[in-house]
Design a binder for this molecule. Structure first.
Ligand SMILES: [Zn+2]
Ligand SMILES: [Zn+2]
Length: 213
């Protein structure tokens, strides 16, 4: 399994553009890549993809975590270059995408062989649970339902060992104990506290980060 951060407030090199938003790509062995969230704008998303060698036409599925503009703004750009892509949106997204195969998510659902949606939690947001040989890796957008609730929901698919994405205002830091990989991204209010508390487990999030698991 490989996760590439495409869009984040921070970047790993000067060729990538930072932006207030989040997007990442999930690649697993037997399925076309899944784009998780689309950042705040199409030009930055597409430019960063090009820089990272990601062909938007290869993306098989787009999963939108929640309806905020910093996670959906790049959607039109991808839809324009990829006419086949399937979409999973949470019910709170409010509608589907004309002319596209779109699934409205409320309950947990299997998206591909190794990737599941937690379902829409607290009526606002879905996260991904990715099955790896180390356990479950959780990919989150902004974590509006709470990181603890998301980890609980993802635990139905197996033991959670790692998490990447925006943690929002999450501060029940004890709940992160026991995880071996913590990667707080865009929109994590207590990022420096988390990095300080879990120096061994934390990885710095930035566009250009590639995590192979
Ligand atoms: Zn949000
Ligand atoms: Zn956000």
């Amino acid at each position: 399994m490989r996760i590439t951060v495409i869009y984040d407030n921070e970047v790993s090199n000067r060729k990538l553009k930072p932006g207030w938003g989040f997007s990442s790509l999930v690649e697993t062995a037997n399925t076309p890549p899944i784009l998780f969230d689309a950042g705040a704008d199409s030009p930055t998303l597409l430019q960063n993809m090009k820089e990272l060698g990601i062909d938007p036409k290869r993306i098989g599925v787009i999963v939108i975590s929640h309806a905020h503009g910093d996670h959906t703004g790049g959607l039109p750009g991808i839809l324009e270059v990829n006419k086949e892509v399937e979409i999973y949106v949470p019910a709170s997204f409010g509608g589907t995408i004309p002319g596209r195969k779109a699934t409205t998510v409320t309950e947990p659902v299997r998206i591909s062989e190794e990737v599941y949606s937690t379902g829409e939690l607290r009526g606002v947001e879905q996260s991904l649970a990715i099955s790896t040989n180390k356990g479950i890796f959780v990919l989150v957008g902004c974590s509006h339902p709470g990181v603890d609730n998301i980890i609980d929901a993802a635990s139905r698919f197996g033991k959670v060992y790692g998490i990447l994405g925006g943690f929002h205002g999450f501060r029940y830091f004890e709940r992160l104990k026991g995880l071996s990989l913590i990667c707080p991204c865009h929109c994590t209010q207590y990022k420096s506290e988390i990095l300080k508390l879990f120096p061994q487990q934390c990885i710095k999030c930035e566009a250009g980060l590639v995590l192979e698991q």
